[in-house]
Design a protein around this ligand. Sequence first.
Ligand code: SF4
Length: 389
Amino acid sequence: MPRPAPRPPALPSVAPVERRRLRSRLLRWYRRCARDLPWRRTRDPYQVWVSEVMLQQTQVRTVEPYFQRFLAAFPSVQRLAESSLDQVLLAWQGLGYYARARNLHEAAKIICRTRPVRWPTDAAAWQALPGVGRYTAAAIASIAFDQPVAALDGNIRRVLARLAAVREPADAPAVQARLWRLAADLLATASPGDFNQALMELGARVCTPRAPDCRACPVLNHCRAARAGLQRAIPVRRPRRAAPQVSALAAAIRHEGRYLLLRRGPRGLLAGLWGLPTVETPGPCDDPAAVLRQAVRPLTGLRLRSPRLLGTVSHVFTHRKLTLTVFEWALADRAPALSAAAPAAAWLAPAEFATRPLSELDRKALTLLGGEARDALQRRAAPGAAVLA
Ligand code: SF4
């Protein structure tokens, strides 16, 4: 029988008096030095929720303009719930990780089932909504509703791992469980929202991944990693596996100056987004145009002729690197008759490309058409704008 992996040692406990000092130093620093961010000027659950979802895996600087535009387009949860998925994805375009936008839209519809809207107030109820994990639920419940729940995101995990000098990989499940307990242990229950945000702020601005500025740190006296000179060595990371390479082919099918765009199905990385008919291949192939022509027929019902290689683009997703080779095609038949099995489809002039929510990959692919297409894609459609039928 395989022997179980050794359990990492428990984190050192923090004496009550040290906990009190750490909390008050951290909160004082946060109230004096915190950045003035739009979502920090409010405790409105809708705005706090939108900001927390946008901030998942995305930097504050990137989120700020998206947050403002999104709220201008969807000023309330009701407006968000009543909007189409296309409108929501269009407003999200460029922010990436589109599952966040789809889940936000889905959750808005669930929240709006009760009229007047009754917001969930505790973390468990938030976590029951699509796209809301343990961290996001805790952040919203503590910031918007003063619920005494600890939060642990990447920033907080790094800060706590250093405060406690954790020498095992901080993203290992057993260590994470201990860090969640430490976060709960340290939480300032009288101001849980500020305390959680103070830890996030400290991680984002002082206790940064590569160069923690310990001299400016309000909790330096409590930090075991700094005391041991280990602040740059912690958190320990598990080795990452290289992202696999994937190849795909896309068809820019032209008909009377317009191109065929399809809406992707409801599942997968780019679900709900529009793009060129695309097919993944096991690797580079000898005759990519023939492979593409054959794959497009059952997908759309269209017969293609005269392929022209437009070029190749690549895009890095979180878990894989994709190389897409794009061909422009003419139609073999005069009147295109799309098959009934084709997903939602639209023939769009290049000037209309920006009216559809497109993934970054498809924006790059369509830019290969050059001229009007490139200019149109450089202009952003207004978030919440009507989608052309
Ligand atoms: Fe991070 Fe340094 Fe502060 Fe410790 S003293 S929490 S390592 S910034």
